[in-house]
Design a protein around this ligand. Structure first.
Ligand code: ZN
Length: 160
């Protein structure tokens, strides 16, 4: 795995994995938001919208750790993150780090395929096609405008 590179958007510092504390020494640095997708939609064979409202708790993110408190070793409990409908986003680099290590996330396409009903998927496809044809139309108009400009540039009375 590539070495992680972190940049804090609050104190504007680059920092290494493990150096989570920001300028105040207490709260974590804040990095660019990253979204994680899970393809663990409940499958019951029906396409009912209400059943597609799953929540998944992933624990030990960040994991529990031991810290010395005087002579005493204290266990600092780990955290949990909750995915709602297979999505979770965070700007906390520590959580991103442990989620990156955990892996097993899916692409947006895969997420759409498992979480959306057929109607919703068809709507997305329709939107995509509409956007595509709009883009083609724009390109055509730009070309026409360009042609007009080129014609206007030709000297009068000279045949090409
Ligand atoms: Zn910072």
């Amino acid at each position: 795995m590539a070495l992680e590179q972190w940049h804090c958007t609050v104190c504007n510092k680059d920092f290494k994995t493990g150096e989570w504390a920001c300028a105040d020494g207490v709260t974590n640095h804040i990095v660019e938001v990253k979204e994680y997708l899970l393809d663990d939609a409940p499958t019951d064979g029906s396409s009912s919208e209400s059943l597609r409202d799953g929540r998944t708790l992933i624990c030990n993110i960040p994991p529990e750790r031991k810290a010395m408190h005087g002579d005493e070793v204290r266990i600092i409990p780990g955290g949990c993150v909750e995915f709602v409908r297979g999505r979770y986003s965070t700007s906390d680099p520590e959580i991103q780090h442990y989620l990156n290590r955990k892996g097993g996330f899916c692409t947006e396409d895969r997420w759409n395929a498992v979480w959306l009903s057929q109607n919703q998927q068809m709507q997305i496809e329709r939107d995509r096609l509409t956007a595509l044809s709009q883009r083609l139309e724009n390109e055509k108009n730009e070309l026409l405008a360009l042609q007009k400009k080129e014609k206007a540039k030709q000297p009068v009375g000279v045949r090409g």
